[in-house]
Design a protein around this ligand. Structure first.
Ligand code: HEM
Length: 426
């Protein structure tokens, strides 16, 4: 395609898919996705990134992202959510196969199963916090926000408490593995986790055959999930569990740390939330909008299409930027302001959990965990403040903290200076 069309004597620019410099992997973009996305939305709504094999396109405007997420006939998930083509299977599929598979999972992941977890998650948040309080300072990522979702999902799955630390190591390794280059470590983590989970899956199948009572957990629910003549194979159950770990743990951790960062940056907001804990739900939705933990994921085109004058060929990988959609001023008033005063119907339009048929299956669980985590932090750590630099997570498509050093007033010294650095938020 030529870059210019000629109309009489004037030269009229045809949208150019590389007119804004955008490299999702470079330091500047990693450090400031919000600013980079703004430039894309304004100057290059369909971007082509050539320095990747295969080259991929990026959509950044709210309308384009949402309509692509809903149009599964054109924007397929069959080749996975990443920048390279991967084999079809499980949730990496399109309707109607995806609809049937997802229905089986929903039988296990019911709103009731999540609601039943509330007392456990509240207790876990309080326990993790109680271990921290006396220290006066710590890494809120490593010591609180990271263990909370991992222990919660391990408990839901029915992993015995003695194995939780081993399970967390596997889960952390899987998340780190997404960006690792060491294929051997990758293979051994998968092998060990597969062997471990297969034992649990087989134990449920044996119990089922003997007509014994099954334990009331997610692995049992996945083993017994049936729909007409479909059920889940052990390999499919393993694949689903991996997706719950990879897609659910670090993202929920990020939701918690991202929200804490914004509240510490705006102490007046933290004070408002302390005075009225019902605002925590508002903080969670605004954090999902403002700091989407998943910046964007990929689809693959099933036919050539044209958007904003740019041609996207068939079989091209296209990144859909949820995070950028959430900052589109065509949809949100003052999108770059973190505000607790958005009208609810506007606040709810964010696509932090995606949209369309692949909308996050774990959204109710993530919201529950974030609610209990923020309640414990806001009400249990007086004088909370930054205590050093916080670091970004490594994968280019995720957005969260991999460390968040903070300090607070220890119970015996409340209001007294055990303060090392940073300003108080009280
Ligand atoms: C704040 C935390 C979370 C965020 C930001 C998040 C984000 C997302 C997004 C953006 C998608 C859409 C993917 C796509 O468009 O292809 C998604 C799908 C999914 N999420 Fe989450 N997620 C979170 C937590 C969780 C949790 C806790 C679980 C389960 C334990 C979970 C399980 C899933 C699953 C299974 C899918 C695939 C659904 C499908 O393909 O039909 N997520 N998530």
């Amino acid at each position: 395609m030529s870059d210019f069309d000629r109309e009489s004597d004037d030269v009229v620019a045809v949208p150019d898919s590389t007119s804004v410099e955008y490299n999702p992997f470079d330091e500047q973009t990693l450090a400031d996705p919000i600013g980079t996305h703004r430039r894309l939305r304004e100057g290059c709504p369909v971007h082509r990134f050539d320095a990747f094999d295969p080259p991929f396109f990026t959509l950044s405007r709210y309308d384009d992202v949402v309509s692509a997420l809903r149009d599964t006939e054109t924007f397929s998930s069959r080749h996975g959510q990443g920048p390279r083509h991967t084999p079809e299977g499980g949730l990496f599929s399109d309707p109607p196969a995806h609809t049937a598979f997802r229905r089986l999972l929903q039988r296990a992941f019911t709103p009731r199963a999540v609601a039943d977890m509330e007392p456990f998650v509240a207790g876990l948040a309080d326990d993790l916090l109680a271990r921290l309080v006396g220290a006066g300072r710590g890494d809120l990522h490593a010591e609180f926000a990271s263990p909370l979702p991992t222990i919660t999902i391990a408990t839901m799955l029915g992993i015995p408490p003695d194995d939780h630390s081993r399970f967390k190591e596997w889960s952390d390794a899987l998340a780190a593995d997404l960006v690792a280059t060491d294929r051997e470590t990758h293979r051994s983590v998968w092998r060990d986790l597969r062997a471990y989970l297969d034992e649990h899956i087989e134990a449920r199948r044996d119990a089922l055959e003997r007509d014994d009572d099954l334990s009331d957990d997610l692995i049992s629910a996945l083993v017994t999930a049936e729909d007409e003549d479909a059920s889940l194979s052990s390999a499919e159950i393993f694949g689903v569990i991996v997706q719950l770990l990879v897609g659910g743990n670090e993202t929920t951790t990020s939701l918690i740390t991202n929200a804490v960062v914004r509240l510490l940056e705006q102490p007046d907001l933290l004070q408002r939330v302390r005075a009225d804990l019902s605002l925590i739900d508002v903080v969670i939705e605004e954090s999902l909008r403002f700091d989407a933990p998943v910046l964007g994921l990929f689809r693959t085109t099933t036919c050539p299409i044209e958007k904003h004058g740019v041609e996207i060929p068939e079989d091209a990988k296209v990144m859909l930027l949820y995070a950028s959609a959430n900052h589109d001023d065509a949809e949100f008033d003052e999108p770059d302001v973190f505000s607790l005063d958005r009208p609810p119907q506007e606040a709810r339009r964010h696509v932090g959990f995606g949209a369309g048929p692949h909308f996050c299956l774990g959204a109710p669980l993530a919201r529950l965990e974030a609610r209990e985590a923020l309640r414990a932090i806001v009400s249990g750590l007086p004088g909370l403040r930054f205590d050093g630099e916080h670091e970004r997570v490594a994968p280019f498509y995720l957005w969260g903290r991999r460390s968040l050093p903070v300090a607070w007033d220890r119970p015996d010294t409340e209001g007294e200076p055990n303060r090392r650095s940073g300003s108080t938020t009280e």
